[in-house]
Design a protein around this ligand. Structure first.
Ligand code: AOF
Ligand code: ZN
Length: 389
């Protein structure tokens, strides 16, 4: 099946850019697609800082030259368009410019003034927009105001690619819910770990770099307690392209309290979710790092209650998206609950010497899932899906 996104694009943006490789243009120079791709690449500089705001890119182009560029700054700070105007070449003749923006310019007063007013006050005659802003305060209003002012507005250039890059924002505005993504690596036989539970090193360097890039894109990263104990993952951002602007919030789902006996420094930097009764019987209620999961009567596995706990937490800046990195048991439970809206699946080249059926996830996409991208990373294969709206 053909992926929905153009080759070289994924849920992490332009893939080469995420891997710190040189990006060669996907489109003939000077076309709207060419400049929108450049604007999307510009927006990738906002990774890890803008959330829960979308990471937007804006280019001001005259002829073959970029005369201003900008990307969304930290949450509550300047939007992409303002940065492009602030950084523009003062000698540029904007009456001949086209503005390329990966998201409809906002029309509301939020933490920032409306970007559309910058464009309206400028002589720029033509604005190319990838995708409409679903935020109810905007939702087509930015486009309408530009058209009312007789500016030429071109819509939907690289729309699926720009939407995919900011999918947590789009889904969050459309559904009001947290965005959950599943990421795992499996062997050719479909196992996520060997018989003793070790899961490191299924995939190689480039896959790891892309995973670290995704860790920076998503707000929180989760693993199950057994994966934590076997692999001791750091879940930090290390091996991907610059900029490295933050480590995500790191969580462990540990309903049985397997991590309670670890020394404090082994879980430093992690938040551990453990059942209320386990915490109470260990006398650990209120212990730093641990958050209790309430146990509704008659509910044998705590995953549903944990999802509710996570969805009710309030962070500043807000956590809008979560990536679950395994193991197989946790992913299986969350698939059963239907929370995932995106899947990043890596398949490595080598199998383990020992197998255990419990490490076989056995997920295959049904009609609810739309294939977005297929990418070869050396000998690994990445495929990404999103759930239908
Ligand atoms: C743009 N350009 O770079 C971004 C936009 O509270 P505020 O003022 O920061 O507004 C946040 C909203 O603005 C956000 O929900 C989305 O609708 C839009 N984000 N808009 O014109 C940008 N990041
Ligand atoms: Zn704006």
């Amino acid at each position: 099946m053909e992926p929905a996104l153009k080759k070289g694009f994924g849920l992490g943006g332009r893939i080469d850019r995420a891997l710190a490789l040189c990006t060669s243009p996907s489109f003939p120079q000077g076309t709207d697609e060419y400049w929108m791709e450049q604007a999307l690449i510009e927006s990738m500089n906002s990774i890890g800082i803008s959330s829960p705001n979308p990471a937007v890119g804006c280019l001001l182009v005259v002829g073959e030259s970029v005369v201003g560029r900008g990307h969304t700054q930290a949450y509550r700070k300047e939007h992409a368009e303002r940065m492009a105007f602030l950084n523009r070449d003062p000698a540029a003749d904007l009456s001949r410019a086209t503005a390329y923006v990966t998201l409809e310019p906002c029309s509301h007063h939020g933490h920032q003034p409306p970007c559309v007013e910058l464009l309206l006050a400028s002589p720029i005659p033509r604005i190319v927009i990838a995708v409409r802003d679903p935020d109810p305060r905007v939702n087509g209003e930015g486009i309408r105001r530009l058209r009312d002012a007789k500016k030429e507005v071109v819509l939907s250039v690289l729309e699926p690619e720009c939407r995919a890059w900011n999918l947590p924002f789009f889904r969050n505005r459309e559904t009001g819910r947290l965005f959950w993504a599943a990421k795992w690596a499996e062997t050719p036989s479909g196992h996520l770990a060997d018989a003793s539970g070790h899961s490191k090193w299924i995939t190689a360097e480039k896959s790891r770099a892309y995973t670290h890039w995704l860790r920076q894109k998503y707000d929180a990263i989760v693993v199950g307690a057994r994966t934590f104990l076997e692999d001791r993952p750091r879940l930090t951002v290390r091996d991907c392209a610059l900029p490295h602007q933050r480590h995500p919030v790191r969580w462990v789902f540990d309903p049985k309290g397997l991590l309670l006996s670890l020394p404090a420094d082994a879980i430093s930097g992690f938040t551990v979710f453990t059942s209320d009764s386990v915490l109470r019987s260990a006398g650990a209620s209120g212990r730093g790092n641990f958050i209790s999961i309430p146990e509704p009567p008659g509910s044998p596995d705590l995953v549903r209650s944990w999802i509710q706990t996570v969805e009710s937490l309030r962070f500043d800046p807000p956590v809008q998206s979560i990536m679950v990195e395994g193991g197989a048991a946790l992913l299986r439970s969350l698939f059963r609950e239907g929370v995932f809206q995106a899947v990043h699946r890596f398949v490595g080249e080598k199998d383990f010497l020992t197998h255990n059926a419990s490490q076989h996830l056995g997920w295959s996409p049904d009609q609810k899932w739309i294939l977005q991208s297929i990418q070869e990373f050396d000998r690994d294969l990445l495929r990404e899906w999103i759930k239908k709206d």
